[in-house]
Design a protein around this ligand. Structure first.
Ligand code: NAD
Length: 358
């Protein structure tokens, strides 16, 4: 099969980590006889420098014509003083919107061989952890009605509104249920239904939807405050978790922290079709850019998610995951996950080792 992949390298370590992921995809192509065509487009700071805007039309068109998109990261000190609309991050929000992406899936996986990287006690994480947080991305309080001013008592005020519609909740629940079907057939839905009306609608809707369309899936509710505790108390109990935009934003960062290394975690954003945006969860790490010391594994795993979730290539996905595991088991580490006794390698070499292990 032939696949057109748009590559948005971005800024900082973006080009280095994307190069690593492309090397691994190339190897998968050779082994499984796929042709991956890569076309690079500018986004973020490098696009501002070249085209005067963080998301040029050419980039949007290229992504919309592709089968899927791989992104490095955007941003850096150089563009920090620009105003809101001109900032590199604007490119990221823009491309998500242009591609109609409304879900964000972040697997927070702690690899057994990296258990010591977790800030949690070893007995809690010794068998590994994998929490897949499915976050609603385009609704809720981040996009609700905002107001500010002076109220009738003369006090200055500001307010933001959490609003969800049934179709918005159903479409994110569908993504969670599809994932759960391939895994433990259970979805934990996180809300604040003891206080919020929007959460009560969320809760009713996820249950009704699963009962109607995915009767084989068990849905369990957990209140967001309890969830925040459970992630550090017993993270291994969770598999697929679905939640709103704001709760997902906070909980996915907490879950990422449990794994100990930001350089190992990937994410995908999907909409109605199969075309998605796949990226590491970390930023452009300007402090280590250009030094060949960044960890490329998050981006390599993002590329693996693309193969599985956009192209349906589950065997190829597993081949990359196994190659990462084998490389870690061999004691190879980039600086961010290195400890005494390991074998330290740079970004390009780590990608090469993983490619060799495929
Ligand atoms: P960051 O994730 O870039 O870096 C945080 C720390 O983690 C740094 O010490 C960095 O060196 C380290 N780190 C990150 N990725 C690593 C990797 N692959 N290997 C080894 N170490 C790694 O976050 P930040 O410093 O807060 O932000 C830097 C820039 O990135 C800012 O401009 C920010 O706006 C942008 N940013 C972009 C995205 C994105 O493109 N999706 C996300 C977050 C931040």
């Amino acid at each position: 099969m032939k696949y057109e992949i748009a590559v948005l390298d971005g800024d900082g370590i973006g080009p280095e980590i994307c190069a690593g992921a492309l090397r691994v995809l190339e190897k998968i192509g050779q082994k499984y006889q796929h042709i991956f065509n890569f076309t690079h487009f500018d986004i973020g700071g490098c696009a501002i420098d070249k085209w005067g805007e963080p998301l040029p039309r050419k980039t949007v068109d290229g992504c919309l014509k592709s089968d899927s998109v791989l992104l490095g990261a955007v941003g850096g000190y150089k563009w920090d003083s620009l105003s809101g609309d001109k900032r590199p991050e604007k490119g990221l929000l823009g491309i998500r919107k242009a591609m109609g992406l409304y879900s964000n899936v972040r697997p927070a996986k702690l690899w057994k061989s990296l258990a010591e990287a977790s800030p949690l006690k070893r007995e809690l994480v010794k068998d590994g952890v994998e929490i897949i947080i499915v976050r609603e991305l385009t609704g809720g309080i981040y996009f609700g009605k905002r107001e500010s001013g002076v109220d009738e008592t003369g006090a200055e005020f500001a307010s933001d509104t959490e609003k969800y519609t049934v179709p918005e909740i159903e479409r994110i629940m569908k993504i969670a249920c599809e994932l759960a079907l391939k895994r433990g057939k259970k979805v934990v839905s996180v809300d604040k239904a003891n206080v919020l009306e929007s959460s009560r609608l969320w809760r009713r809707t996820v249950h009704a939807y699963a009962q109607k369309y995915y009767p084989e899936i068990t849905v369990e509710d957990v209140l967001v405050d309890n969830m925040a505790m459970q992630i550090v108390k017993n993270p291994a109990q969770f598999d697929v978790v679905v939640t709103s935009n704001i709760f997902g934003d906070i909980l996915s960062d907490e879950a990422a922290q449990v794994t100990g290394s930001i350089g190992m975690l990937a994410s995908s954003s999907l909409g109605d079709g199969t075309r998605g945006l796949y990226e590491p969860i970390h930023g452009s790490a300007p402090d280590i850019a250009g030094k060949d010391i960044a960890n490329p594994i998050a981006t390599i795993l993002a590329a693996a998610m693309m193969l599985r979730d956009s192209f349906g290539l589950t065997e190829e996905y597993a081949a990359i995951e196994n190659a990462v595991q084998k490389t870690l088991d061999g004691g190879w580490r980039t600086a961010d996950i290195f400890k005494e006794g390991d074998k330290k390698v740079g970004c390009a070499k780590m990608a090469e080792l993983i490619a060799e292990n495929i």
